[in-house]
Design a protein around this ligand. Structure first.
Ligand SMILES: Cc1cc2nc3c(=O)[nH]c(=O)nc-3n(C[C@H](O)[C@H](O)[C@H](O)COP(=O)(O)OP(=O)(O)OC[C@H]3O[C@@H](n4cnc5c(N)ncnc54)[C@H](O)[C@@H]3O)c2cc1C
Length: 449
């Protein structure tokens, strides 16, 4: 069981679809993408049905690390290179609107159990201030609200000799994502959407003005279908599913760690300490009032490895970075699967008349699913064309099983290289400190006998 399930708000039992239904829009998948689309469409007065093969937010949307960040999975340099500066700026603004959507929804509806905490610190483990500063400048230039933190400032709140400079995003925040998704489902239903659980869509006939979606015990007819099924769409739309690479990452939550945790990790926001699927952590509260735990995630795998195999490695990662925490016990450990596109940008838009896709959010889905939900709803109801800003990121085959093996090889291959770079940084720093000590010793007058 995940920590989120343990601290979940009450969730109503939702019926299966056992009859035929006519609606304006049928959404397939009740993760954050599908739920946001449904809420936005229902709020605009159209009828909408959501078909969910399992339970609401039981997949990535209810199992993730909970960081709500601006931007996308793709780095801003790659985005500028692909679409040009002005276009990249517009995409960045949309990504920030996604973040604002989540913040506003939580605040305006006083959503219970979501507990937003501000800030995200993205730390470099190699001593390369000029590169981090340049990254920060580039992001500011594109419109991001981000600041450079020098090594001393980072180590003041996270006393870890492996840490150097960082980019600090004070508008980002972290949340309990399952409660956010369940809150969103309740808001969609309040606005008039109907959500059916344990109702997989097993076939779609997209021909004609009214599309037909079959489920085991009922059929939906709709003018628009939105495919928001992430990596699980292979049975229904194998060619769409083949554009996503399923990537598994692992999350643990420790037993309560007491005062030691506060002393060791003095930053309350979200922390990521590499560019790859490595360490992402935060302090979480919940359960018994006042008790604090560490949530730690990382260790990407291209196959569905048993989380128990990864538990020791994750605990090892905690020890390596914060030995002062001593022995930590795992209270919860789970796996989640995200769907990554080749270009690391989401797939958003109308792929044929009346058939829409909102997918491929990768490990950056909390802001981008919100953004996509609004864009698709506006596209369907208001004929708004903003979603076309994502047209340069079309559906690209992700390489099937070979793609997974390659992604894993790149990840493993990069770890030794990163480790060497990090070790060199630490050795250089140690040499600098030794030199300073020697110089100070030379300058210090000998004590008077
Ligand atoms: C471990 C982990 C950590 C992450 N951390 C972060 C983070 O900190 N910040 C961040 O921004 N992002 C993070 N992400 C990514 C983020 O969680 C996802 O990008 C996002 O939740 C995707 O939402 P979704 O709605 O597209 O897909 P999902 O949540 O996967 O939902 C898709 C739903 O569609 C349903 N479905 C599929 N096929 C059918 C069908 N045929 N019929 C009916 N239903 C169907 C599935 O059952 C599922 O419920 C993380 C992901 C993981 C796995």
């Amino acid at each position: 069981m995940t920590w989120y399930e343990t601290t979940s708000v009450a969730r109503p039992a939702r019926d299966r679809l056992t009859f035929d239904l006519d609606v304006d829009v049928c959404v397939i998948g009740a993760g954050l993408a599908g739920l946001t689309v449904a809420r936005e469409i229902a709020q605009r007065g159209w009828s909408v049905a959501v078909l969910e093969g399992g339970r609401v937010a039981a997949a990535a949307s209810g199992r993730n690390t909970g960081f709500v960040l601006p931007g996308f999975g793709a780095g801003i340099e790659d985005i500028i290179e692909r679409v040009g500066l002005d276009h990249a700026k517009q995409l960045w603004i949309l990504s920030e609107l996604g973040l604002d959507y989540v913040r506003r929804t939580i605040a305006e509806t006083e959503m219970p159990g979501v507990d937003p905490v501000p800030g995200w610190l993205h730390i470099s483990k190699t001593d390369n201030a000029s590169r981090v500063r340049a990254d920060v400048e580039r992001l500011r230039w594109i419109g991001a609200d981000v600041e450079f933190w020098p090594t001393e400032q980072v180590r003041e709140v996270l006393p870890n000799p492996r840490y150097f400079n960082a980019a600090h995003f004070k508008n980002a925040f972290h949340i309990q994502p399952l409660n956010y998704a369940l809150g969103l489902a309740a808001l969609a239903e309040k606005a008039g959407a109907r959500i059916f659980e344990e109702t997989p869509a097993i076939a779609i006939d997209p021909a004609g003005v009214r599309k037909r979606i079959s489920t085991p015990n009922g059929r939906v007819r709709a003018t628009h279908v939105v495919l928001a099924g992430n990596v699980d769409l292979d049975g229904l739309m194998p060619r769409l599913a083949a554009t996503l690479l399923p990537v598994n990452t692992f999350v643990l939550v420790t037993e309560p760690l007491g005062a030691l945790l506060d002393e060791t990790i003095r930053y309350r926001g979200a922390v990521s300490d590499t560019n790859r699927a490595d360490n992402h952590y935060r302090i979480i509260e919940g359960g018994t009032p006042g008790e604090k735990r560490l949530q730690w995630s990382g260790r990407m795998r291209a196959w569905g490895a048993d989380p128990r195999w990864l538990g020791r490695s994750l605990v090892g990662d905690i020890h390596r970075n914060f030995p002062g925490l001593g022995q930590v016990e795992i209270a919860h450990l789970w796996r989640g699967t995200l769907g990554r596109t080749v270009h690391r940008m989401p797939q958003i838009g109308e792929i044929e008349s009346g058939v829409w896709v909102a997918s491929g959010f990768g490990g950056h889905g909390l802001n981008t699913t919100a953004m996509a939900g609004e864009l698709v709803a506006r596209g369907i109801v208001d004929n708004d064309q903003t979603w076309r800003l994502f047209a340069p990121y079309e559906l690209v085959w992700a390489g099937g099983r070979l793609g997974g093996a390659l992604a894993q090889a790149v990840y493993w291959g990069s770890r030794p290289v990163e480790r060497v770079a990090q070790a060199i940084s630490r050795q250089r720093e140690a040499a600098r400190v030794r030199k300073q000590v020697r110089q100070t010793a030379r300058k210090t007058p000998a004590p008077v006998q």
